[in-house]
Design a protein around this ligand. Structure first.
Ligand SMILES: Nc1nc2c(c(=O)[nH]1)N[C@H]1C(S)=C(S)[C@@H](COP(=O)(O)O)O[C@H]1N2
Ligand SMILES: [Mo]
Length: 528
């Protein structure tokens, strides 16, 4: 008992604690000061973003497969743990050899600063919070260690005199208690500073209010009325129109970019006859079109839910490109967001008559901040990673041979047409259902080709055609339903779709990397 207590309150443990407190001070000071700088430049956010940029495809895919859209929370938890461990080590090192500890802390500070200043659209001044935070952390570490070094000078008290109310030692108890008091007070102060920084940052940001106050113009070309009967009659099937707050979110942005519409500009350049710069007002004044389009993420596994269908309002990209007049030989548009993400989209896809657009509205409102406010790309028929750039600020007309996009540089494919996919949504996988008539239903998509047939197969029976809900367009998903006469026992329901070209969805299993998952979904249900 005494030995355990000695170990937990021994010099190494206390030095580790000092390291953690110092690390908390670094982050808290940076967070507090960061309220006055670019939010994306906050140390933790910049560290995490840099980590994400170095994420290989298998790890990104693993993170999304394991944590889904909670992948960011998982990253922060992992980072917190790593930082805590490093801080403990640095505390112990600094306790033994102060100069080495200082070097370690300065090195970590330098890493943070490097991560901050290399973020896209972040200036050198944004490093100030991290620099001052590191210095504050160093001061705190020094003060705490001075107490520990002082403690060491006391003669070790024999274990059996440990009767001073839990400090584990006689005379030195005061110092040890003093250390804990100093560490505790500093930790609490750091917590308050960090929280204060958060609140201050939120208060100073008026982007959410600006978005709420923004009035969207009426579309020059409204979306065609959604026909009756698009929704599968089976209760529990995904809503045909995805509410914005339920729309899946996938991006590399740890902190949502905050863009003031008055500052927003889109530069169209590269292989063009005429460079074009668009302001947000130009978009508001333009002839906007409205269109329902289903977006899909390339990371969506078979049967997954990284897809959503919304009504978008925007300026067709073919009109923007017509003004810029791409030169011969150009075959790609590299779109870049304010935070450095980029996507390579085939030029012809942005010029044909599908409604590829610079979108400013989603479901009748300005884009939600997480979905790209104020302007994003929406391109029917392509996975988001090669087309759907949120917070877009730059379009470079170029060639696939000359330029690579964010995920293409990380092992994903250069192009990303959406694969035909069908999903069973009701009954859910592993559901127990009563014998008799069981309503089966789900959603299928093959954007730009459309869905013409959805079939299901029970166990090893024949493939049977389901009833398709009404098709709104070939760029939106299509739902289906089926009444199944279910006999007791375990059963497998498989599903496959046929697209508008007559091609049946492949049963060839493929992982999301590099160009999208394929294969037939199979759900197991127990009929009782
Ligand atoms: N700026 C930016 N835009 C981005 C991404 C990103 O990481 N950063 N991810 C893309 C991917 S992979 C997808 S699937 C879609 C998702 O759009 P959503 O989050 O609005 O559903 O955004 C695309 N646009
Ligand atoms: Mo994606």
């Amino acid at each position: 008992m005494t030995t355990l207590r000695n170990r937990l309150t021994g010099p190494a443990a206390l030095a580790a604690l000092a390291g953690m407190v110092a690390a908390a001070v670094v982050l808290a000071v940076a967070e507090l000061l960061g309220a006055f700088f670019t939010p994306r430049a906050a140390p933790l956010v910049a560290l995490g973003s840099t980590f994400i940029d170095f994420t290989p495809p298998w790890l990104k895919d693993f993170a999304i497969a394991t944590f889904g859209t909670n992948d960011k929370a998982a990253l922060f938890a992992g980072m917190g743990l790593t930082i805590a461990v490093l801080a403990c080590i640095l505390g112990v090192v600094a306790y033994r050899k102060w100069a080495l500890g200082v070097l370690g802390v300065l090195f970590m500070g330098a890493v943070i600063v490097a991560c901050v200043v290399t973020r896209a659209g972040v200036g050198p001044a944004d490093a100030i919070p991290a620099v001052l935070g590191t210095l504050a952390g160093l001061v705190v570490l020094r003060r705490l260690l001075v107490r520990l070094w002082g403690l060491k000078k006391w003669p070790e008290a024999p274990a059996d005199t440990a009767s001073d109310g839990g400090t584990g030692q006689g005379a030195p108890g005061a110092s040890r208690r003093g250390f804990f008091a100093a560490a505790g007070i500093t930790a609490v102060a750091a917590g308050i500073a960090a929280t204060g920084g958060r609140l201050l940052g939120a208060a100073r940001s008026n982007i959410a209010q600006a978005r709420d106050a923004l009035q969207l113009p009426a579309p020059a070309v409204p979306a065609p009325a959604v026909p009756a009967g698009v929704q599968s009659p089976v209760p529990g099937v995904t809503p045909w129109l995805t509410p914005s707050n339920e729309f899946y979110r996938i991006d590399t942005a740890l902190s949502v970019p905050e863009i003031n519409v008055d500052d927003w500009e889109l530069r169209v350049h590269g292989l063009v006859e005429q460079e074009v710069t668009l302001t947000f007002q130009d978009l508001l004044d333009a002839q906007l079109v409205e269109s329902h389009v289903t977006l899909t993420c390339v990371s969506n596994p078979v049967g997954g839910n990284l897809a959503g269908n919304a009504k978008w309002l925007g300026l067709p990209l073919r009109e923007v490109l017509a003004r810029a007049r791409p030169k011969d030989g150009a075959d790609m548009v590299l779109s870049t967001s304010i935070d450095g993400f980029s996507a390579s989209t085939p030029l012809e896809v942005l010029q044909d008559d599908r409604d590829a657009m610079l979108a400013i509205g989603m479901n009748g409102e300005p884009l939600p901040l997480e979905h790209g406010y104020p302007v994003r790309m929406v391109v029917p028929g392509l996975y988001g990673f090669v087309s759907a750039t949120k917070w877009v600020v730059d379009l470079e007309v170029t060639r696939f041979a000359d330029n690579k996009a964010y995920w293409t540089n990380r092992g994903w494919s250069e192009r990303g047409p959406i694969k035909t996919m069908a999903r069973v949504e009701v009954p859910k996988s592993f559901a127990k259902v009563p014998a008799g008539k069981v309503a089966v239903g789900g959603t299928a998509w093959a954007q730009t080709r459309g869905i013409t047939k959805v079939e299901i197969q029970i166990d090893n029976g024949d493939w049977v055609e389901t009833t398709l809900s009404t098709e709104a367009s070939t760029v939106t998903w299509r739902q289906w339903s089926y009444e199944w006469e279910a006999a007791p026992g375990p059963h497998y329901i498989k599903v496959r779709a046929t697209d508008g070209t007559g091609e049946v969805q492949t049963d060839q299993r493929a992982d999301p990397v590099p160009d999208g998952a394929s294969g037939w979904q199979s759900v197991m249900v127990t009929v009782e």
